[in-house]
Design a binder for this molecule. Sequence first.
Ligand code: HGY
Ligand code: MN
Ligand code: MN
Length: 406
Amino acid sequence: MGASVPDHFEDMWRAIEPLGRAERSGGYFRQPFASAERELDAWFVEQATARGLRLEADAFGNRVAWWDSGSGPGVLTGSHLDSVLDGGAYDGPLGVVSALAAVELLRDRGFRPARPVGVSVFVEEEGSRFGLACLGSRLATGALTWDKARGLRDRDGVRLDEAMASAGLDDENPQPWLGSERLACFVELHVEQGRDLVDRGEAIGVASRIWPHGRYRFDISGEPNHAGTTRMEDRRDPMLTYAMTALAANKQARVAGQRATFGRVDATPNSTNSVPSSVTAWMDARCETDEALASMVDAVVRQAEDRAARDGTRLTVTAESVSGAVDFDPSLAQRIAADHETGDWPILPTQAGHDAGILSAQGILSAMLFVRNPSGISHSPAEHAEMPDCLAGVDALAETLQRLSS
Ligand code: HGY
Ligand code: MN
Ligand code: MN
């Protein structure tokens, strides 16, 4: 992949497309500190180097490639390269590739920023391996301490600090480093995960806010027994408690116009002809306000507890990853959205979490650009954005970076 001269958007996109793609589904497995994601990390270093950008790497695996120009706090853009399990190609990488291409575009036009412009890659944004969303940006900004994070384990029991050490990241006491004193602002470009832009017939949008959202682990224990010889009335079946809870969550969310999903479940011993001894299931819940999130989760937990009492099972619920509501700075959003050839870009909310949300919550002026997703589908091999819209996104990001770094 040796890039001697900077690749343009399509070249970069073609170069990374095969990395981590599964033959069977066409989906992506780019989990942090595992092979495909490490190949992407190496690709990013190569592309930044080919552009003469100054590379910074922190102790957590995050990277920033700086276009050193002007002085003072920088304007940072970028996103993430990791994916959910069997995810799409665009969620994350579109923001990183577009950022590298936007910097190239500005340089080709002879623009000289009055302040440094950085392209960032944050690790483990999806929390798909260690369970906590936006892990890299939370650690970089100090939203999460290393002590709390280092012991997080993946599904094979590998600790975060072990996985990082295997990637050569073995600082004993890594410190947060990213704050508002270093950055004038952060702007993340991201494929839209929804249909708002396509329904409006728009290619580019700006984020107004991120819904609060969380991930909750339901541990349900019962009594392992024979699937045939055990009378129904004698069972303490955790699968029943789980099944009713999944239905309860779906109903709570539908009735309240919110979002709740059980997308991951582990049954032990996962034996076809046994009543399980335990079931662990994870709920992803998202609501318009922090209060609505708390009350919806409470309602689901209460119904799960009632059902556990009836089933004779035992339940514990653990909040594994919670992100409060993020309202992006409205004046920055309007400044970015206004006065374009096609008119003002729409400003819209999202239910998806992003590193921009973490930086914003930590006091760094932040904004997001969205690029049209024709189906709205995301976190799926079917996730897609048309190339003309991707290139419109590069233009939009270049224009935005120029506005913010002039
Ligand atoms: O899950 C999310 O909200 C984001 O796509 N990481
Ligand atoms: Mn995602
Ligand atoms: Mn993302």
